[in-house]
Design a protein. Structure first.
Length: 80
């Protein structure tokens, strides 16, 4: 299959599976009601964790960028 056909097929498959999952959840909403609070708490914890990881990744990236700049300056001075 060509790339565009594969992409379209995967997109349609995801759409159909999302529709079926939504229908299943709607039909069983009474069963899932009490678990809604647990899920909301877990999602909030996940969001906090992902924000913390994002901050750490940005900080590490800045540190490595500064280290790379200092190495480049040292090499430049040695060459001159």
């Amino acid at each position: 299959m060509k790339n565009s056909k594969l992409t379209t097929t995967l997109w349609l498959g995801g759409l159909v599976s999302g529709i079926f999952a939504g229908y299943y959840l709607y039909q069983n909403r009474e069963k899932f009601g009490p678990q809604k609070e647990k899920l909301a708490k877990l999602l909030a914890d996940l969001q906090k964790s992902s924000e913390e990881i994002g901050r750490k990744i940005k900080a590490a990236g800045k540190e490595h960028l500064e280290a790379g700049k200092s190495i480049a300056n040292n090499v430049k001075e040695q060459v001159n």
